[in-house]
Design a binder for this molecule. Structure first.
Ligand SMILES: [Zn+2]
Length: 82
């Protein structure tokens, strides 16, 4: 039996790792995601939860870096203005 077809059948859930789910539902925190799945707020998804940390999301890391840079530039601007 072809496994690929089975996945498309009704009632079966997509198995996602915590990182994949994070990227799919809008880059929210891992604790919040676990809660969403526990509360059945995310349908059609089964969390492949091995109890490990989410791992590194490249987009989130990028955003974090950008925020840090913006904050630093703003501080430097403010320092320069006074
Ligand atoms: Zn992310």
């Amino acid at each position: 039996m072809d496994h690929g077809e089975a996945v498309l059948s009704a009632g079966l859930k997509t198995k996602l790792t915590i990182l994949e789910l994070h990227q799919r539902i809008g880059h929210i925190a891992s604790d919040a995601m676990r809660k969403l799945v526990e509360d059945k707020r995310v349908v059609g998804v089964e969390l492949e939860d091995d109890g490990e940390e989410m791992g590194t999301c490249e987009l989130c890391e990028f955003v974090k870096t950008m925020r840090k840079r913006v904050r630093k530039e703003r501080e430097e601007l403010l320092r320069g203005a006074t």
